[in-house]
Design a protein around this ligand. Sequence first.
Ligand SMILES: [Zn+2]
Length: 503
Amino acid sequence: MSFYVTTPIYYVNAAPHLGHAYTTIAADVMARHHRQRGEEVFFLTGTDEHGEPVADAAHALGVEPQELADKNAERFRALAPQLSASNDFFIRTTDPQHEAKVQEVLGRVREGGYVYEGTYEGWYCPRCADFKADNEIEEGTRCPIHHIELTREQEQNYFFALSAFQERLEALYGEHERFVLPATRRNEALAFIRSGLRDVPLTRHRLRWGVRVPWDDEHVFYVWFDALLNYYSALSYARDQDLTARLWPPSYHLIGKDILRFHAVYWPALLMAAELELPEHIFVHGFLLMDGEKMSKSLGNVLDPFAVIERFGADALRFYLFREVPFGQDGSVSTASFELRYETELANELGNLASRTIAMLLRYRGGEVSSGALDESLTGDFSGLVDSVSELIDGAELTLALDEIWRRVRRLNRYVEERAPWVLARDPANAQELDCVLRTLVEGLRSVAVLLWPFLPGSSERLLAALGASELALAGAALGAGQIARVQALESLFPKDTQAASA
Ligand SMILES: [Zn+2]
């Protein structure tokens, strides 16, 4: 079994913001979960470095595009470890191996008869690096995303014969109900296909900053085709050996809804033209909103994920984003709702549960855990949990998966109150019952910690280390599958006074 997940490659012409962090964390949650299942996992992220916006920005700064790309790519490369993201490779579209692969694949597409010369005229947004269809132009001939005025552009191009794939794309959507997820995005992409596909420019004539077209020196490939092919090219040079045969096609492309058409229409058509296998799923997540607008540098409403991480840690950010906004939908985020969830859920519900359980074992049993049976009043509530979490993550339902686990965190908290170990501890006649309650509790804690690891990797590892049970394999995640012998004191997982904690 293999699992290959990608984020979009991030455009270097912006600073990393919460939107980038969001997709990277989502891919990381899926990658970690599949590693826990013992699968061969490849998690790819990187940067998209060609195109007019980068060339223009470099020109304005008086530097070469490569210099600007080098500088900005580093900021995105540094983002992943700050988020505790475990990507297996970081691709840059200026990597020479990538460029060679783009030339090879698109040369094949041309040989297949899907490329021809023509003239294109349309409304162009330089920030999107894309022409806009007449029905998506905002009033005043503005970009619907950037709200800037579009320019009328005409150029001599090579075209990709997208229209040749009309029927095959409709058939793909008909046969593969879950090719694009969620269903609303699938319907949107399918409606676009059904409205009638037109051929699209494959190359840019006047631009120099891009991958050279091997059959015509005066052209570079249109940045979107160059960028999309990163998913394919990376496998050929990320390691000493070519991983393509083992890992292609991707299991999941995670994308934002603003790049749906490229991934859900152009990309499968391009792969068909190149006779390559199609990805299994394209999952389209929503936007994190502040003041009702998509967060982006050009809109100037950026919430800095680095400030959150510095004060509360990467785990807190990872948890909050998937707890607060159902994955796949738009949703609002704010520092107020972040702090509320940190305090009530991470600090109180999970952090306190862990410290109380360990403290009681240390106080009443010197840290030793009995090996008796588990309390049946709790075990039923955990049965089937591992399978249901796996199923949800298979469908990229990250928020629902987290919710399943968190219901058990809350169940464990209720169990503490129901069984009140501090009352049992008063009478030595209850010793056996107290042993059973403490063992059940600590085993429940271990089970949720293993399941939470994809979301809270650092905190789960600390907790599991204190439980002397660092095994992360999902096969041993079920309640009762573990055998904890002894626990050790644990520093607060989610300190409330975070200013003091970071000092
Ligand atoms: Zn735009």
